[in-house]
Design a protein around this ligand. Sequence first.
Ligand SMILES: [Fe+2]
Length: 218
Amino acid sequence: MIRHPSVDPGRRSLLTMAGVAAAAVLLPKSLVAAELVATPGQTEGPFYPVAFPADMDNDLIRVTGQAARAVGQVIHVEGSVTDTRGQPKPGSVVEIWQCDARGVYRHPRAAGQGHIDQAFQGYGRTQVDAEGRYRFRTIRPVPYPGRTPHIHFAVHVPGYGRLVTQMYIDGEPLNARDGVLNGIRDPRARRSVIVPLMAGPGQEPGALHGTFDIVVPA
Ligand SMILES: [Fe+2]
């Protein structure tokens, strides 16, 4: 005969009540824990375009009218624009800008204009879809004097405004010494702007893929 462990009815109801009480205490905390980390704002830097390129779509490695492809490691960066509760923000516009593979920004005050990669668009913008998703095809950012590799982002979010930030690459040795990145004191916020790049399924050969989600306060 199999003996079943018995719990007397009084004890069972006490246990049930304890469970309900524990759930009531834990619920608000678990809701807080489920909140997404708001993307920290970062300096715009001195090289936001003063004039937009004729071609400013979300493919920065092809410039309309040019046969050449941008120099550099191709990466696909995609993500979503949501609030901290995970609600998508349709209607958002995402802009990015970055230096070319030689570290030159497409900007009149940036050094090296004579050596700029004319096949690199340098700037792009796109509107998110109904789920708040965006994507860019660009090059892996490179270091330039004083900075670890990064891509500048400006995101226009309906009901919130303009969020300016920067995206970094996981594993870059200069990340540890970059003053702008390490100016984000909250470790979770700092981690939220550091993106691993990996070979992605369905990507073009040799291209890497990264996900950078933009989160604004609810
Ligand atoms: Fe920069």
